[in-house]
Design a protein around this ligand. Structure first.
Ligand code: ADP
Ligand code: ZN
Length: 211
């Protein structure tokens, strides 16, 4: 099964993508994580990407489409994959269609902007492995320490309040039109984000047919 997770920054699409990835045993591909990793390693495209990310803007379609193509060509994607954070623009969605990739469902995690602004401030990410946490909704076992690798969890630069407003604006302008795009293909399923993560997960699993 090939799935796409859509949602505003901080809506919880990454968390839900991970739940489904565990349930279906297919990889979760987060373009945000791949880009942050590249930025950390200082590769040429990584440095370009970092400037855009830190400003709350999107990385150019060319770069992201290239990254995605390489990633889904890897062996572990043969039985299916979950795209978390891609596509984020109509040209990216068109590129996916042009590659001949069949998408089964597009799950949109819907959360109001006001709720997002409150939530993002509690988000933390591991500086080692990229795992994500939330101080209230998904805390690590030991505060400030990653459950998976033991490295420190930190606030992402682009989770600062001023940048979050820019990212929300970018989402509405560039990414939200994808809802129409996939609605027309009959693939869009909207899951209403709930107050409790576990409740949203139940709805998400039902939406992809896992009980
Ligand atoms: P969130 O979903 O919380 O915004 P991500 O980790 O998915 O966080 O993405 C972080 C940043 O990485 C984005 O704000 C953007 O700058 C960049 N990025 C990730 N995926 C894409 C993409 N498909 N196209 C363009 N930029 C992207
Ligand atoms: Zn970690």
């Amino acid at each position: 099964m090939n799935l796409i997770f859509l949602g505003a920054p901080g809506a919880g699409k990454g968390t839900q993508a991970e739940v489904v990835s565990d349930a279906l045993k297919i990889p979760q591909i987060s373009t945000g994580n791949i880009l942050r990793e590249a930025a950390k390693n200082g590769t040429e495209y990584g440095l370009k990407a970092k400037a855009a990310m830190d400003a709350g803007a999107l990385v150019s379609d060319d770069i992201v489409i290239g990254i995605l193509k390489e990633r889904i060509a890897e062996d572990d994607c043969k039985e299916g994959f979950i795209l978390d954070g891609f596509p984020r623009t109509v040209p990216q969605a068109e590129a996916l269609d042009a590659m001949g990739i069949q998408i089964d469902k597009v799950i949109e995690i819907n959360v109001a902007d006001e709720t997002i602004k409150q939530r993002v401030s509690g988000r933390r990410v591991c500086q080692g492995c990229g795992a994500s946490y939330h101080i209230e909704y998904k805390p690590s076992k030991v505060e400030g320490v990653c459950d998976k690798c033991g490295d420190a969890t930190v606030i992402r630069k682009d989770d600062k309040p001023e940048v979050v407003l820019d990212r929300l604006a970018t989402y509405h302008e560039k990414t939200a039109p994808l809802k129409d795009y996939y609605e027309k293909q009959g693939k869009l399923v909207t899951v209403e984000g709930q107050e409790e993560v576990a409740d949203t997960s139940k709805l998400t699993l039902a939406a992809v047919g896992v009980n």
